[in-house]
Design a binder for this molecule. Structure first.
Ligand SMILES: Nc1ncnc2c1ncn2[C@@H]1O[C@H](COP(=O)(O)OP(=O)(O)OP(=O)(O)O)[C@@H](O)[C@H]1O
Ligand SMILES: [Mg+2]
Length: 273
């Protein structure tokens, strides 16, 4: 695969990745491959791309090993990476000895790279989360925003180069807390209701948090010429966000159909750079 790729190709690959999510069925596989490991606040994702950039294995495990971009459970994170690696190796009959990874902008990359190295996985590339997405696509006058579980990271791209990136600790977990408080339920139950957005009127409940996220993003892009925003991260799965973001940020908004897998796809694609 030659980077960068078009938005349509990214959408098609995300669709494919979602179709094989946590599918352990062994498949005949040969040739080169690239592995990306995304150690997030809410989940850890390992994605394997074949030599043409198509996802061939995707494994996700929900986790609480990272908080506000910082690994708080080193052993837990190690165990998850070990399990996901083993699943991918079994499925494709391969041996994973190297991978790319990422970290929130402004945090220490070693928090992620140490975990890979501990599993004897050589770190081939490490870049901050929104910058990975920025490298995947050909972009100009664009801000890439990754709204994950615990953090919102922004990367500003001018003429294909990331000229600025920053991160703040607000994300989907904060929305779950709002939902839990509103209904008087546990955070675990709130996580479930968040996925039944229309039934529980989640967008309206979450609007103040999203307005805060847009304020953070506006501060990140200060003085930059921006024509469009690309949103990544599981929190952007909530239906109706494009319109809300467009209203708050006053620019064109692109959110892929499966935003939770965009950053993992972009991390794995670092192997092509
Ligand atoms: N269908 C959905 N609707 C709403 N929110 C969702 C949905 N699916 C996942 N989420 C939320 O997405 C968040 C996880 O997204 P993501 O995997 O991008 O985060 P992360 O990479 O673990 O976190 P971070 O990047 O902040 O470290 C969680 O808060 C989860 O509740
Ligand atoms: Mg993330």
């Amino acid at each position: 695969m030659i980077l960068p790729v078009s938005w349509n190709i990214v959408e098609a690959r995300l669709e494919k990745a979602m179709g094989i999510l946590n599918d352990e069925t062994p498949m005949a596989f040969e040739g080169p491959f690239h592995v990306g490991i995304d150690l997030g606040t809410s989940d850890v994702v390992l994605m394997v791309l074949d030599g043409s950039g198509e996802p061939v294995a995707v494994f996700l495990e929900w986790a609480e090993v990272v908080r506000d971009g910082v690994v708080v459970d080193f052993l837990g994170a190690n165990d998850i990476v070990f399990r996901l690696k083993e699943k991918a190796e079994k499925k494709l009959n391969i041996s994973i000895t190297g991978a790319s990874t990422s970290f929130p902008p402004g945090t220490d990359p070693r928090l992620s790279t140490n975990i890979l190295e501990n599993q004897l996985i050589e770190v081939l590339h490490a870049s901050d989360e929104p910058s990975c997405v920025a490298r995947l696509l050909h972009l100009d006058k664009t801000a890439v925003v990754d709204v994950g579980g615990g953090t919102t990271g922004t990367a500003v791209v001018q003429k294909g180069n990331v000229v600025f990136s920053d991160d703040e600790a607000t994300g989907g977990t904060h929305i779950s807390l709002v939902i839990a408080g509103h209904f008087g339920i546990s955070v675990e139950e709130a996580e479930k209701r968040k996925r039944k957005s229309e039934e529980y009127g989640i967008l309206a409940l979450a609007t103040p948090t999203f307005q805060r996220i847009c304020h953070i993003v506006s501060c990140h892009i200060q003085n930059q010429e921006i024509d469009q925003f690309i949103f990544s991260g599981g929190t952007c799965s909530l239906p109706g966000l494009s319109r809300l973001f467009e209203k708050e940020l006053g620019r064109k908004i692109l959110i892929p159909k499966h935003p939770i897998l965009l950053t993992p796809l972009a991390i794995a694609a670092l192997g092509f750079s």
